[in-house]
Design a protein around this ligand. Structure first.
Ligand SMILES: NC(=O)c1ccc[n+]([C@@H]2O[C@H](COP(=O)([O-])OP(=O)(O)OC[C@H]3O[C@@H](n4cnc5c(N)ncnc54)[C@H](OP(=O)(O)O)[C@@H]3O)[C@@H](O)[C@H]2O)c1
Length: 289
């Protein structure tokens, strides 16, 4: 019998790609937007759990505005940490597998080799800290969980670096992009597939997932612009300048290096990972301008 899956944050970037893929993979999907289910409200969580009684709950809801989290600290912790206790409580009542998405920002980026699941965490931002404490809330209190840490997400819906570059490359002649932070851009379609592959194998515990390969934000921007050229976007941009993080200060400090090791994921699924450049090509094949 197909499993019932409740999705929170159903209007978000990841959820919008995950929902149709789950439906195609023979899960019964029950998407809840923030209006329908506020994960920071225990009554709202209980009501949705009673209504749906899911086999699996995938928490795609989060407070994701990394820089705003620095000032809206209370909201960050309410949604990214405290809400996980409400979800755990609800999941326990129906013996539901809790799937949660976390982030590479739990690391400080001082390591020079890919981060494994067991490596020490040390977030540099309120967002990273709130996400880490959300993970810990689950791990400390509920065994039936699957946590995926992902990095540098982009998708068709919502805000992302890719969408920002598409916008500014059509408006400005010169772009200044940070060239000393390294990570792995990850298409939300590929993360969605990874979640499904793990669900199909009844995986539990903590996993890292990102698309394969590594680049800087500058490399990523250049590749986005190449894709835009090949798709005939009306470009204004003539030069892309590599700058240092110190020349583009933001409220939240990001890790300089956040490559996630995917060895555990590969071991469990036996699957090869798509390269981030292929993920980007796939995005541009779907994106309508
Ligand atoms: N984006 C990245 O680069 C990145 C990287 C690594 C990990 N992640 C993680 O991946 C997950 C999905 O991120 P995403 O990029 O898809 O984020 P997103 O587009 O911002 O989606 C998050 C969704 O959560 C909803 N939400 C916020 N507060 C809520 C609440 N109290 N109750 C219920 N829903 C609420 C939002 O609704 P409204 O829009 O109505 O507020 C939004 O639809 C998150 O856990 C995020 O931390 C993201």
């Amino acid at each position: 019998m197909s499993r019932k899956v409740l999705i929170t944050g159903a209007n978000g970037m990841l959820a919008s790609d995950l929902i149709p893929l789950l439906q195609d993979s023979d899960f019964q999907v029950y998407p809840y937007t923030r209006k329908e289910l506020d994960i920071s409200n225990p009554d709202s969580v209980d009501e949705a759990m009673d209504q749906c009684q899911p086999d699996v709950l995938i928490n795609c809801a989060a407070y994701t505005q990394v820089d705003k989290c620095e000032t809206e600290t209370e909201k960050a912790f309410q949604v990214n940490r405290d809400a996980l206790a409400h979800l755990v409580k609800g999941c326990r009542r129906y013996d539901t597998l809790l799937v949660h998405i976390s982030t590479d920002y739990v690391f400080d980026g001082r390591q020079k080799t890919p981060y494994h699941e067991g490596d020490p965490t040390h977030p540099l931002s309120v967002y990273g800290q709130s996400k880490l404490e959300g993970e810990q809330t689950i791990v400390d209190s509920y065994d039936s969980h699957l946590i995926l840490r992902a990095s540098w997400l982009y998708g068709i819906l919502g805000h992302s670096f890719v969408k920002t570059i598409i916008r500014i490359a059509t408006e400005r002649e010169a772009l200044n992009i940070v060239n000393d932070q390294f990570g792995s851009p990850t298409h939300t379609i590929n993360l969605s597939k990874a979640i499904i592959h793990l669900l199909e194998r009844n995986a539990k515990g903590l996993y890292h997932y990102s698309d394969d390969g590594i680049c800087s934000w500058y490399d990523f921007a250049c590749e986005i612009i190449e894709e835009m050229k090949s798709k005939g976007f009306p470009l204004a941009v003539k030069e892309v300048n590599a700058i240092a993080t110190s020349e583009y200060p933001l409220p939240a400090v990001r890790p300089q290096y956040s490559l996630l090791s995917k060895e555990k994921y590969k071991g469990t699924t036996g699957l090869a990972l798509p390269h981030w450049k292929d993920g980007l090509k796939d995005f541009f094949n779907r994106y309508k301008h």
